[in-house]
Design a protein around this ligand. Structure first.
Ligand code: GRG
Length: 296
């Protein structure tokens, strides 16, 4: 296993390799796609994919296109989330948002193109390895896992519930639905897809699914806490918007103390799920701990 930063460096060094050149007539599209990818980001989702695949004995270079696809999907979701029709934000990853730099139409298209590049990447990945034996069923399962958790029953369903929640009475079930789908699905997809590529057994898949859903929900709860008491410069985005927009979230509805307790409970439950793997799972145990105390 590598360290978080070693996986991250590998991702960053290939991040824009798969951004196609649309020709001079549409060169601005590739510029906008690259801009949002390169302005920063923790790369949590692609790192999780490489680390999960590595943990289960898979080939990380074979998993790399799938990892990149996760960052394309995540970046598209941030570009679209920042649009005036959604959260209307001027700042993301500490820099002006896509629509502030390229205009609204181009920001919509850059998001669309990142999502289609992700689909092209996961469906085309086996072809990239023509000449070496490819476990086709594993590739198809991983591709389906990524695209379905990003889609109409996954992240987009969560975003829909989040927007709907602005005009509803706060409700614990709705809050958990939003956390699970808006955020945890795109953290669970890389973990499961990485294991699928390595043909991990069902017990491992089940333990790591519990881990990923827990750290995913915890990630959103801490995001909501940081929206109230975080440091704007560190977060790289405008804070305090959830209360302004009447967001249906854990910290806003149950209070900061209850949110911190739930964050801690979920982190402990996530680590507990991996206890059968002992020290071998230390990468994931430490990651859960560091995500619990992140400040950005
Ligand atoms: C617009 C289709 C569509 C979906 C939007 C991802 C999302 C769903 C909205 C973005 C806003 C938000 C609070 C999302 C929850 C997930 C989250 C906290 C994203 C930020 O992820 P980080 O902190 O970002 O990993 P970096 O910049 O580090 O990659």
């Amino acid at each position: 296993m590598l360290s978080f930063n070693e996986y991250k460096d590998l991702i960053n060094s290939h991040l824009t390799d798969l951004i196609a050149d649309p020709g001079e007539e549409a060169a601005v599209l590739a510029d906008a796609m690259r801009y949002s990818l390169e302005v920063g980001g923790k790369r949590l989702r692609p790192v999780l994919l490489l680390a999960s695949c590595d943990f289960a004995g898979g080939e990380i270079m074979e998993a790399l296109p799938y990892a990149l696809s996760l960052e394309y999907i995540h970046t598209y979701s941030l570009i679209h989330d920042d649009l005036p029709a959604m959260d209307n934000d001027d700042l993301r990853r500490g820099k002006p948002t896509s629509h502030k730099v390229f205009g609204e139409a181009m920001a919509i298209l850059a998001g669309d193109a990142l999502l289609s590049t992700a689909a092209e990447t996961v469906t085309g990945a086996p072809l990239a390895f023509a000449g070496i034996p490819v476990k086709m069923a594993a590739h198809i399962r991983a591709a389906h896992e990524i695209m379905s958790r990003a889609g109409a029953t996954g992240m987009i369903a969560g975003q829909t519930a989040d927007i709907r929640g602005e005009s509803l009475e706060p409700d614990a079930d709705l809050i958990r639905y939003i956390e699970l789908h808006k955020t945890a699905d795109l953290i669970t997809a890389p973990v499961r897809a990485g294991l699928m590529l390595a043909e991990a057994d069902d017990d491992m898949l089940s333990a790591f699914t519990t881990y990923a859903l827990d750290i995913g929900v915890a990630f959103q709860i801490l995001d909501d806490i940081l929206d109230i008491e975080g440091d704007q410069a560190l977060m790289g985005k405008t804070l305090g918007k959830d209360a302004e927009q009447g967001k249906c979230n854990y910290a806003y509805v149950h209070g900061i103390d209850a949110a911190k307790e739930e964050l801690h409970r979920l982190t402990a439950e996530a680590k507990d799920a991996l206890s059968p793997y002992g020290d071998k799972a230390s990468f994931f145990m430490s990651l859960a701990d560091s995500l619990e105390i992140r400040n950005h």
